[in-house]
Design a protein. Structure first.
Length: 405
């Protein structure tokens, strides 16, 4: 081994040592984690809105309108406060050279829940410096360990609830890999007992509470033996506490195929999986539902939660002057998940019914992302008018009747 290589190895070891220390600290923090926030006990629930960039501010603004309208009384009475948080834009983030500038993070932490528009995630070669994703940073900073993504297509018999691990896997150190030498690049994948257990338990809890007799655990534990192996063996242990819930395990490759198998996909209900597999599989699932523009996502932690679209900021739509045609449904769905999470279960249910009626059934307006379709503002108004329609229930029932049994 050359002197140069020996030095490179020592440097990489030092870097690795620091990472190990940090990760063990994180484990200790998880062990002593506090209780869940009790929203009903709060004097004022503070909702922060970060527009993001690209199409983010366009679609977030429509989701904000819907949210404020549904919470009109609560906002008027001071139980809920909605606060727009500026500054989570790529320009600002690059200026601070931080995934989330300090002042923005402080404002975020001053709220209880966040509704967040998509933010640009740079990659090498982009006009921006290759800074860390704001999503990934926020999930880590607020310890939002569960990424919950529902996908429903009643006419296909599809009703899936994904529980994607959100603070570990290949993501947690995705910006901290090392080029040991010009020829050798290494990234890290992390699984902890505590991190795996908390997401798997949440998935089983959800199944149990909702009378769903099926949890599928997805890994690649036959190849990625240590981290995925841990995830799977923790699932095995946790499952023993839920004898009433059946579970099975799948490898990510075959699961990707099975989601488009019309005979098998109906069998899946609750799916729990490590971070990267969850990222990929939920885009596929959302596409089956009608596109990533239709899917919302909840990032849940014990103290904070954040709600967002599952897609990116689509800068191309802005460049091509089509931002006003961006589909706000993902963000409106995120708003409904937020309402549900902070305890406004009935309002969330109504909003979901309206989204079902407008997007899946009546389709009086259709979004195409271009000028031959509705604008985001028009579609948001359509959804809001539908929520407020006294005939909402019967319109939704008509949708249910039209579905194959
Ligand atoms: C998602 C997105 C993010 C992720 C990106 C924008 C960093 O794809 O929420 O699924 O990979 O988690
Ligand atoms: Mg994704």
């Amino acid at each position: 081994m050359s002197m140069v290589d020996a030095k490179a190895i020592e440097q990489a070891k030092e870097h690795f040592g620091k990472i190990l220390e940090e990760q063990l600290k994180r484990v200790e923090a998880m062990k002593s984690a506090q209780d869940w926030t009790d929203y009903s006990g709060l004097k004022t629930i503070k909702i922060g809105i970060c527009g993001g960039d690209g199409i983010g501010p366009y679609i977030s603004q429509h989701a904000q309108t819907v949210l404020e309208e549904l919470l009109k009384d609560e906002i008027g009475g001071g139980k809920v406060q909605v606060k727009v948080i500026e500054g989570l834009t790529i320009e600002n983030r690059v200026k601070a050279m931080k995934a989330i500038p300090d002042d923005v993070l402080a404002e975020i932490k001053n709220c209880h829940v966040i509704l967040k528009g998509p933010t640009t995630t740079p990659k090498k070669g982009d006009p921006w410096p290759n800074i860390e994703s704001a999503n990934v940073a926020m999930r880590r900073e607020l310890d939002l360990f569960a990424n919950v993504r529902p996908v429903k297509v009643p006419e296909l018999g599809v009703d899936w609830m994904f529980y994607r691990e959100n603070t570990e896997g290949s993501y947690v150190l995705g910006s901290r890999g090392v080029n040991v030498t010009p020829d050798l690049a290494m990234d890290f994948c992390v699984a902890t007992t505590q991190g795996s257990e908390r997401i798997i338990r949440l998935a089983f809890d959800y199944a149990k509470k909702n009378g769903i007799n099926k949890v599928s655990v997805v890994t690649k534990a036959n190849v990625v033996k240590t981290t995925d192996g841990k995830f799977l063996s923790i699932a095995e242990q946790v499952s023993k506490d839920y004898p009433e819930v059946k579970w099975d395990d799948w490898f990510i490759d075959i699961m990707t195929a099975k989601l488009i198998d019309p005979y098998r996909r109906k069998d899946f209900k609750v799916i729990v999986l490590p971070n990267l597999y969850g990222d990929i599989l939920t885009d596929e699932a959302a596409q089956i539902q009608g596109g990533v523009g239709t899917a919302g996502s909840a990032n849940i932690g014990k103290q904070y939660s954040m709600f967002e679209a599952i897609h990116g900021s689509a800068p191309r739509m802005v460049d091509e002057g089509r931002a006003q045609y961006a589909d706000p449904c993902s963000m409106i769905k995120a708003a409904s998940m937020l309402l549900n999470h902070i305890g406004y279960v009935d309002k969330a249910k109504k909003l979901d019914m309206a989204l079902d009626v407008c997007v899946q059934f009546e389709k009086k307006l259709v979004m195409t992302g271009r000028s031959n379709g509705a604008t985001g503002a028009q579609f948001a108004k359509y959804v809001l008018d539908t929520v407020k329609d006294p005939a909402l229930e019967s319109r939704w029932q008509a949708y249910q009747k039209a579905m194959p049994a």
